[in-house]
Design a protein around this ligand. Structure first.
Ligand code: COI
Length: 365
């Protein structure tokens, strides 16, 4: 087999760049996932050719045949990572190789082609270089990057697609939750599971998020911005939130998080928090946690703090867990001390305010 030479990106600049005043207005109040930059990346794949035609091109609609398999069988995966502007104006991203590797694992589970790690990282660099003016600089803001892959073969037979495409789009981002980093209440879903054992729960695929939307809506109706799922077999053990991993901090400083059960997404933020907590000398346990342990632990004082984490919302303190007929914790409780200090340390590394002792940061611009 001959080694494939690296793909060269063909760059087509947009001829209708958003005016600076419009961009500045967006960057001053970006919200989350609402606005998109001027360009996008696309790379095509076929079973015969492998990856080809890498492009940076103007942001715009995709042309899809109505028979494209993604529209029928949801053969789709995605990633989420951020570009951060440092005080000197340079732009960096956090552990992109971890996202690239996870995308390969997701691709494997969804029978999609695996994008080489260096091509993933290069695609991010290409997009952020051309759209660097879209990386905001206000505190807690970033450029959220959304790589995704779809099967786009026009074929209704049920088998893995022989044609796919990878894209990256970018969206300036402020706080994920409306209230910023304030503590949130979360809703315990008892009627629905997020993912089955042996299913796609460990893959970052759109289908998992689709399955979370109805219970997520139930959460909103009960005043909670996120939903917590229990394990699909016994409905007893914590799994994860609709789009974030979950942690408890015990009174003795032990940090616990559900073990990777096969139906939990292996969050990059989750892994980083585990390392940062261990660096500080905390005992960190990845193990089964029952919902009763949380409930009883809050009542007895054994559970001191709870938080959720993910790329989009970073680390979010959990004030209370609500269900149909119970509430654990106090909805007006302040954020936990360790929660906020881990959040601070992580964001200090991401924004270049602390030395990158783990080698997590990659410079983009
Ligand atoms: C993330 O934190 O990146 C997520 O996966 C949440 C979401 C926006 C899908």
């Amino acid at each position: 087999m001959t080694a494939q030479s690296p793909l060269v990106f063909n760059i087509t600049r947009s001829t209708s760049l958003r005016p600076q005043a419009e961009r500045d207005a967006i960057l001053a109040n970006p919200g989350f996932g609402k606005h998109f930059t001027d360009h996008m990346v696309s790379i095509d794949w076929t079973i015969e050719q492998g990856w080809y035609d890498a492009q940076v091109r103007p942001y715009g609609p995709l042309m899809l045949d109505p028979a494209a398999s993604v529209l029928h069988y949801a053969q789709e995966i995605f990633e989420g990572l951020k570009a951060y502007r440092h005080a000197d104006g340079s732009v960096w991203t956090f552990r992109p190789e971890a996202n690239a590797a996870r995308m390969q694992r997701s691709a494997h589970r969804l029978a999609l082609p695996e994008l080489p790690v260096d091509l993933f990282v290069e695609s991010i660099k290409q997009l952020v270089s051309i759209d660097a003016a879209w990386v905001p600089s206000a505190p807690e803001t970033s450029l959220y990057l959304r790589p995704f892959m779809i099967a786009n073969e026009s074929f209704l037979g049920v088998r893995s697609a022989q044609k796919a495409a990878y894209y990256v789009i970018a969206s300036p981002a402020g706080a994920y939750f409306a209230k910023g980093v304030a503590p949130v209440s979360i809703w315990l879903s008892t009627d629905y599971a997020r993912a089955a054992v042996g299913g796609t729960g460990a893959a970052k695929c759109g289908g998992n998020y689709a399955a979370s939307l109805l219970p997520q809506q139930e959460a909103y109706e009960n005043g909670c911005p996120q939903v917590l799922f229990l394990d699909p077999l016994e409905g007893k053990y914590l799994e994860e939130l609709g789009g974030m991993n979950v942690f408890l901090v015990m009174k003795d400083g032990t940090v616990v998080t559900p073990e990777l059960s096969g139906s939990i997404l292996e969050g990059v933020t989750r892994a980083s928090i585990i390392e940062l907590a261990r660096d500080r000398g905390h005992q960190v346990q990845e193990r089964k946690i029952t919902i009763d342990e949380w409930r009883d632990g809050v009542a007895s004082g054994a559970v001191a703090e709870a938080f959720a984490c993910g790329t989009a919302a970073v680390v979010t303190p959990i004030a209370a867990l609500k269900g149909r007929d119970f509430i654990v914790g106090d909805e007006s409780a302040p954020a936990g001390e360790l929660t906020m200090s881990l959040r601070q340390e992580l964001t200090d590394i991401q924004y270049g305010r602390l030395p990158d002792r783990h080698g997590w940061m990659t410079r983009l611009v």
